[in-house]
Design a binder for this molecule. Structure first.
Ligand code: KG4
Ligand code: ZN
Length: 334
């Protein structure tokens, strides 16, 4: 079954063609980073306009790259929410029109459930049930994943998402938006033990996070220690990253132990972080827990994960209706 996936929840216009929920035949992402970089964050109205400009092109490209004709597509999957309403509407309306015109089944899917399914596009996906840490620019949460579309929220951030903390610290260091990759690179050249930032575990037996305190701690530290040297900035980045990564690793592994799961997945933009991947693998090994992480291009927003998830919904006979609408807020609650 060949599914066309479409994703426009934030600032990436993405399309992909995936066969049987497993094999990526083509995946394209038109990034808007250069547009939003100027403003230090995503400007919703600009994101919507850029999606309108880019959507036809990315869909045409994936059909061509996959070596298919439009008639070869068996169904359409599109992100329905959560995300920016105007941005979501572009992809959702496109998918409705495309599917209606070609008389294809189509399904609106959840963006976060999409990230959780990104791990099935890797060569060796985890068996069910597994525990997943989803860390991105808008969300940070721990889930128990019982099936492709059966997901239980165990805990989530009470304030900032982990990626948001990276982006804000990057801004404080004068390194611009988005900050994850820049801080990750800088941290690899710094001493993680020179500056100790607070680790916010909240309840050590719970799975909620809080990242606003560490952001404030970095800000205060920079006000008092205003050394402009590159080494100083690298040490701040390394100290910040060590603190964030320690908490993320502890919570996801604790959840796996409590639930007797021997497999965990790291997904979302922050899962591309080399410091996080290394720390979780090191911590998981003595516990006999296997860590599954998608390739870098599948950690950030992409449409292949949407097509993979859509395949499972469509296989179960679920389809959306033309009067269905997008949603902005998280629907996976506990
Ligand atoms: O999943 P994603 O592309 O979009 C959302 O759904 O939010 O995640 C984007 C977030 C940004 O905050 C970005 O700074 C962060 O992921 N990110 C990283 C890294 N690469 C991207 N954070 C830490 N380390 C990275 N290497
Ligand atoms: Zn995302």
């Amino acid at each position: 079954m060949i599914i066309l996936g479409i994703e426009t929840s934030c600032d990436e216009t993405a399309a992909a063609i995936v066969a049987d929920g497993r094999t990526i035949l083509a995946s394209e992402i038109a990034s808007q980073i250069e547009v939003h970089h100027l403003y230090g964050g995503v400007v919703p109205e600009l994101a919507s306009r850029k999606h309108v400009e880019n959507i036809d092109g990315v869909v045409e490209t994936v059909i061509k790259v996959a070596g298919l004709k439009i008639a070869d597509i068996d169904g359409v999957a599109v992100t329905q929410g959560p995300g920016l309403i105007g941005a979501l509407l572009v992809g959702f309306s496109f998918a409705k029109a495309f599917a209606y015109a070609l008389d294809l089944p189509w399904i609106g899917v959840d963006h976060l459930e999409g990230h959780l399914n990104s791990v099935f596009l890797t060569p060796k996906p985890p068996p069910f049930p597994f525990i997943a840490l989803l860390a991105s620019g808008g969300h940070t949460a721990v889930y128990k994943v019982n099936g492709h579309t059966e997901v239980v929220l165990m805990g989530q951030t009470r304030d900032d998402a982990a990626g948001e903390a990276y982006d804000k610290v990057s801004k404080m260091l004068g390194l611009g938006y988005p900050g994850g990759k820049v801080i990750d690179d800088l941290a690899s050249r710094g001493d993680p033990a020179r500056i100790s930032f607070p680790r916010t575990f909240l309840d050590k037996n719970g799975y909620d996070f809080s990242f606003s305190g560490i952001k404030t701690a970095v800000n205060r530290y920079l006000q008092v220690h205003a050394e402009p040297s590159t080494q100083h900035l690298a040490d701040v980045a390394a100290g910040f990253q060590a603190a964030v990564v320690e908490v993320l690793s502890y919570k996801v592994l604790h959840a796996a132990q409590v639930n007797g799961c021997r497999h965990i997945a790291l997904v979302g933009g922050v899962a591309a972080n080399r410091g996080l991947r290394k720390r979780v693998v090191e911590d998981a090994e003595p516990l006999g827990i296997e860590v599954h992480v998608p390739s870098h291009d599948l950690c950030g927003d992409n449409a292949a994960m949407i097509a993979a998830l859509g395949y499972h919904h469509l296989q179960m006979g679920r389809v959306s209706n033309l009067d269905d609408d997008v949603y902005s807020r998280n629907r996976i609650t506990n």
